[in-house]
Design a protein around this ligand. Sequence first.
Ligand SMILES: NC(=O)c1ccc[n+]([C@@H]2O[C@H](COP(=O)([O-])OP(=O)(O)OC[C@H]3O[C@@H](n4cnc5c(N)ncnc54)[C@H](OP(=O)(O)O)[C@@H]3O)[C@@H](O)[C@H]2O)c1
Length: 301
Amino acid sequence: MVAKRTITFSDGKKIPAVGWGSGSGGFIGSGQRAVDAGVIALKEGILHIDTAQIYKTEEETAESIRLSGIPREKIWVTTKLWKIDATTPELIRESVEGSIKRLGTIPDLLLIHNPYIPEAGKLGAFWTILEELVYDGTLKGCSLGFSNFRTQDVAEVLKVARIKPVANQVEFHPFLWAQLEPLQKFQAEHGIVFQSYGPLTPLLRHPTGGSLKAVVEKIAEKRGIEPSTVLLLWTVQKNVVAITTSNNPERIAKLAQIDSLPDLSAEEIAAIDEAGKKVHFRHYTEHMEADFPAPNLPADA
Ligand SMILES: NC(=O)c1ccc[n+]([C@@H]2O[C@H](COP(=O)([O-])OP(=O)(O)OC[C@H]3O[C@@H](n4cnc5c(N)ncnc54)[C@H](OP(=O)(O)O)[C@@H]3O)[C@@H](O)[C@H]2O)c1
């Protein structure tokens, strides 16, 4: 089993374009529930698990991999670092080693979960310490990135980076496209790709779905697929890794099928762009709300 749809990072690694996350859908700290759904996702062929220290699902990720019977090297594992008391090599090492121990493996990708994880003004210093852990073998073969970083946070890391960040995981969907397109262009100049969380927000969490809903439903009907699948295809065709989740075996199977579906046409992508860009709507409002210019758009249209 290998993922057919992949996104290539600047360090040459290929990440499966659709990932199954354990940081929503009631999986945080859920123990066996997260293990069981993770096994289903892996066995269906979603060979990419997104976890984090704060989700308390790193041990469950390890258990899902073990129970799936799929060799570790065929699976992509991302984890994320949570708040550390001080930006010292010792405390960061301890935090990283804790994740490696719980995962039973070095992750493929390690993200700084938020720009406020290091102390204020210490993003660069924090990055440099993570790089040392790659150089000394603690994080052998692990790519580095971040999550919920605004332009100024990305620039802060780029100032010092010897190991280039490969990814920025943010809430990403058509209702944020107007705000995120400029950041995507800036990141592309530096080889950084977006990973999308909350990709289904326009259909699941926005009060009406705006005019986008009808556009997505029409494409779904024509192609005989789910509207949510249309949004996920749109995401990966933007060269963005789609991190979704489900506890529903039928839905997990449909997510796995995305791998073998044909691409949306350029016209379909353009129609989604156009409808998406009429609205600015963010679900995860604790992130990227401050000091990050939002377009002057209504929250519904
Ligand atoms: N870096 C960060 O700060 C950050 C923040 C948030 C999330 N994340 C990561 O991203 C992952 C996915 O986030 P997300 O949950 O926001 O992604 P999402 O893809 O927008 O939503 C997935 C949720 O939608 C539900 N769903 C899917 N299809 C549905 C349908 N047709 N009808 C009703 N419900 C449906 C699923 O529930 P069912 O179980 O019912 O299918 C699941 O709980 C998280 O688990 C986490 O790993 C990262």
